[in-house]
Design a protein around this ligand. Structure first.
Ligand code: G
Ligand code: G
Ligand code: MN
Ligand code: NA
Length: 254
């Protein structure tokens, strides 16, 4: 109840920030970023989105919050589109199941794109497997509506859900994201190594891009590269950064 009130107040004050974590291709070029929401609550420190996103969904506050996230990410994307050297960068935005299922979600995305002038084809929505536990036909229909706008999709945390592989080929996805839980232990754990290799092969055989998240060391990157993974995200390259720090980080790239 306390946190709920704090969340409501934080929304009014727009006390949130988006941080951006770089995503890199095999050759080290930056291809885009993932937007990750941050909330600093006075007298408490950072509150994890794993804590307040579910609360926001339960209370309906996800509506205005989700709108803010989309607009803020799209505003940044639009700024890059006008900036010669950064015009190719993509913006990945996490969308929780409850958010995706709001009746006016497609309209929210359309508005964010129109109002900011962001290029739709550089916006990538990260969906989770939990969404696939819902009415799959309705989910696919909605994805197609968004796809018609030009928006792309990544399946986040892949391998952690309970869903079957049967839906995978039916979803209009551009990308699979190997969950960091599998990436973390690939150097020591044969099972996780096998899973990571399988996800890479599976994604590619379905014509999807595969990105590994949670890449923390050069050994991890090299092993994933050996298995054919072409996109990377993780502390090895950069933590999620505030917009200003990200600009500096991008400027410092070769
Ligand atoms: O960045 P961090 O590790 O704190 O994120 C924790 C979890 O919160 C991740 O699962 C991430 O997908 C989720 N998350 C982060 N930012 C957002 C956001 O803007 N919207 C939604 N729906 N989830 C987010
Ligand atoms: O669930 P999702 O993939 O959206 O959340 C990504 C989360 O992983 C974010 O909270 C982000 O801060 C975190 N993260 C990003 N890179 C790394 C990494 O290299 N190591 C670890 N442990 N966490 C990471
Ligand atoms: Mn994500
Ligand atoms: Na993930």
């Amino acid at each position: 109840a306390r946190l709920q009130r704090d969340l409501r107040e934080a929304l009014q004050r727009q006390d949130f920030a988006l941080h951006y974590q770089p995503q890199l291709a095999l050759d080290g070029t930056v291809v885009g970023v993932e937007a990750l929401i941050r909330w600093r609550l006075e007298g408490h420190g950072m509150v994890s989105p794993m804590e307040f996103i579910p609360l926001a969904e339960k209370t309906g506050l996800i509506l205005p919050l989700g709108r803010w996230i989309l607009h803020t990410a799209c505003r940044q994307l639009a700024a890059w589109a006008r900036h010669g050297a950064r015009r190719h960068l993509t913006m990945a935005v996490n969308v929780s199941a409850g958010q995706f299922q709001q009746e006016d979600f497609v309209q929210q995305v359309r508005e964010a794109l129109v109002e900011t002038g962001a290029p739709a084809h550089r916006l990538k929505l990260e969906l989770t497997e939990s969404l696939m536990l819902q009415q799959i036909e309705a989910v696919i229909a909605r994805m197609r509506e968004l796809q018609a706008l030009g928006v792309q999709f990544s399946l986040d945390d892949f391998g952690t859900g309970f869903s079957s592989l049967a839906y995978l080929k039916r979803l209009p996805l551009a990308q699979l994201k190997i969950d960091q839980g599998f990436v973390r232990d690939i150097l020591e754990d044969h099972n996780d190594a096998a899973i990571a290799q399988t996800v890479i092969a599976l994604g590619h055989s379905l014509g999807l891009e595969v990105i590994a998240e949670g890449v923390e060391t050069e050994q991890h990157r090299a092993l994933l590269a050996q298995w054919g993974c072409r996109f990377y995200q993780g502390y090895l390259f950069s933590r999620p950064l505030p917009a200003e720090a990200l600009q500096d980080w991008l400027d410092a790239q070769p």
